[in-house]
Write a protein that binds this ligand. Structure first.
Ligand code: NAD
Ligand code: WQD
Length: 351
């Protein structure tokens, strides 16, 4: 079936928002997730929001037998592959876990896809593959390097996808490099639900605003940026979700070109695309926007730089625009408003 998509990691933060966008765009979805960093409740809420049941299978991408059962039961057009572990600090402490889950897991998934001749994949990559960028905005041809096992696992998967595309030209492998996803569904029903104390800036700010955490530590105020704090390209998760729909639509369109002509190869090979807004926002600018939206004071202190952090990072978005016809629409204010709505409605996340 041309519109049936397997969504690995679909119960997670970005996956759950993308499930809604996919359903709204007319795709039929099957979610496969081991719930190692997510909750079944997210799927229940997605189902409630779209007003339709969602086929959910609890399973691990490293389990080829379980994956085969899914591919036996469904004929997929392609796979959107979110499943992975994403905490940079944890990856330094547990590198084998990260390589096993993110790299071996992806290899197992690709092997099963090969067996079933499903050769369309949209992969969750990250701006982290650019390391410390030499020039800004960062375009897809920029050199890649990573300093931690999490980033290295994403970069390794990209290399595997590139090699796979060379070995067999019938693959279409789109690697979406997300910049800094934030925000939540405008309903306030689904959002980011970090375990323990958040590592990332936006969930930390919102937990300070709601009173769960006392104050934000700002890691460094001596960067060569507008106000000395780090600059990032924050992108609303619903814009990001729409980017996945655009990637699938693009694949569908490319693969349909010259349909029936066996002399033509329409697959896209390995195609990396940045998903960001193209605009940089500093840590202090985000704190101030969130404070304004939530009408809460957000106490903070400056501490030393966090190891591995870079000064500035924002995307060149022309590939996404030119190839996918996709652009981020939502503002920093929207990102803060939707995060805040989710935070106050769900002070303890999905629990
Ligand atoms: P998330 O942790 O909320 O979602 C990942 C999902 O994958 C979770 O539901 C988890 O249970 C599932 N999962 C993990 N390992 C699995 C396995 N072995 N088998 C089956 N399911 C498994 O994270 P997210 O923020 O939604 O990120 C989704 C993807 O995007 C990840 O691959 C992440 O590395 C990547 N990414 C995230 C960000 C970000 O800042 N959130 C930025 C760039 C890239
Ligand atoms: C943003 C800015 C911090 C927390 C990470 C991953 C990256 C990608 C996205 C998955 C930086 C500052 C943060 C805090 C702070 N994930 N900060 N106090 O580091 O850009 O990217 O998430 O692929 O791989 O590395 O995001 O939200 O952690 O930090 O001052 O408590 O906020 O120093 O300047 P980052 P972040």
């Amino acid at each position: 079936m041309k519109n049936k998509i397997l969504v690995t990691g679909g119960a997670g933060y970005i996956g759950s928002h993308t499930c809604i966008a996919l359903h709204q765009a007319g795709y039929e979805i099957v979610v496969y997730d081991n719930l190692s960093n997510s909750s079944r409740e997210a799927i229940n809420r997605v189902s409630h929001l779209i007003g339709a049941p969602i086929e959910f299978i609890k399973g691990d991408i490293r389990d080829a037998k379980a994956l085969r059962q899914v591919f036996d039961a469904h004929q997929f057009f392609g796979v959107i592959h979110f499943a992975g572990l994403k905490a940079v600090g944890e990856s330094v402490a547990k590198p084998l876990l990260y390589y096993n889950n993110n790299v071996s897991g992806t290899i197992t998934l690709l092997e099963v896809m090969t067996e079933y001749d499903v050769k369309n994949l949209v992969f969750s990559s990250s701006a982290t593959v650019y390391g410390d960028p030499e020039t800004l905005p960062i375009d897809e041809t920029a050199p890649r390097s990573c300093t931690n096992p999490y980033g290295q696992s994403k970069l390794t998967v990209e290399h595997i996808l590139e090699d796979l595309a060379v070995s067999d030209t019938s693959w279409s492998l789109i690697s979406l490099r997300y910049f800094n996803p934030v925000g939540a569904h405008p309903s306030g029903q689904i959002g980011e639900d970090p375990n323990d104390i958040p590592n990332n800036l936006m969930p930390y700010i919102s937990q300070v605003a709601v009173g769960k955490l006392e104050k934000l530590s700002i890691f460094g105020n001596d960067y060569p940026t507008v106000d000395g704090t780090g600059v990032r390209d924050f992108i609303h998760v619903t814009d990001l979700a729409q980017g996945h729909v655009s990637a699938l639509n693009y694949l569908d369109k490319q693969l349909s070109l010259n349909e029936g002509d066996t002399t033509q190869q329409n697959s896209v090979g390995f195609l990396p695309i940045n998903l960001g807004t193209g605009k940089g926002t500093s840590v202090l600018e985000l704190v101030s926007a969130f404070s304004e939206v939530s009408r809460q004071a957000i106490p903070y202190q400056f501490t030393g730089r966090r190891a591995g952090d870079i000064a500035s990072c924002y995307a060149s978005v022309s590939s996404a625009k030119d190839l996918l016809g996709w652009e981020a629409k939502l503002s920093i204010t929207d990102m803060c408003q939707d995060t805040w709505r989710w935070q106050i409605a769900n002070p303890n996340g999905y629990n």
